[in-house]
Write a protein of this length. Structure first.
Length: 238
């Protein structure tokens, strides 16, 4: 199962699947609540999304089959929560440009206020304005034109209201920090970061030190959106 990032949809994984990631597995790439075909689904909460993941997993919510869970950015953060919430279902994690959240309470509070302001601005924007605005955030700077075009087309599948709900319910500050729980993970975890994404390379190193069975893979020629910038390398990791 492949979980997309904020403002993306499950369609953003197509370059990775086309590069071969779906050859040995049956891929499932859902739209997370607040995004794409799930833009109007409510509530947009962590518990609701974890329920969706369990329902889509092999065997459904009460199944016993195990599966690999991969997530990019927001999707990676949700994947971490899922692995801790359903340890008997998930046999491996692949986290791309992801973090366990914000550990400092003051930083979380400041981010909550900023995200609420941003969500309010989203609600008064068109999806075209919002998509163009998100493409300019610093962490996505330098995205190659082809990858940027894919990302922009994907964002247009969303709605401003849905993304505002997702930011309020699933944003970095909205979810509890998992830094103190990384040691509970007992499955293999591959932490992925693009070679230009220095912030998340540092986060990956910190996470690897705390997770018992973790390794780090740095994707050449990529920044934060490694799955769009070098899908073949990400497919090989998956």
């Amino acid at each position: 199962m492949l979980l997309h990032g904020f403002t993306n949809t499950g369609a953003c994984w197509q370059p990775v699947l086309s590069a071969g990631a779906g050859e040995r597995y049956r891929p499932v790439a859902p739209d997370i609540r607040g995004h794409g075909t799930a833009s109007a689904r409510v509530p947009v909460t962590l518990d609701a999304v974890l329920g969706d993941i369990a329902a889509l997993a092999p065997g459904g919510p009460d199944g016993r089959d195990r599966f690999t869970l991969a997530g990019y950015s927001m999707g990676g953060r949700i994947a971490l929560h899922a692995a801790l919430a359903m340890p008997d279902r998930i046999d491996r994690l692949v986290l791309i440009g992801a973090s366990p959240g914000l550990a400092d309470p003051a930083e979380r509070e400041a981010r909550l206020r900023a995200d609420e302001q941003l969500a309010s601005e989203f609600e008064s924007s068109t999806i075209d304005e919002l998509a163009s605005r998100w493409a300019r955030i610093p962490v996505l700077a330098g995205l190659p034109p082809a990858a940027a075009a894919i990302a922009h087309a994907d964002r247009l599948r969303n709605t401003p209201a849905g993304l505002a709900r997702a930011l309020r319910g699933l944003g970095t500050a909205a979810l509890p920090s998992l830094w103190g729980r990384l040691g509970e993970l007992r499955i293999p975890v591959t932490i992925v970061a693009g070679e230009r994404d220095l912030k998340f390379i540092a986060i990956a190193a910190e996470m690897r030190a705390l997770i018992p069975a973790a390794d780090v893979s740095v994707i050449p020629g990529a920044g934060h959106a490694a799955h769009l910038e070098n899908p073949a390398a990400v497919a090989a990791v998956v």
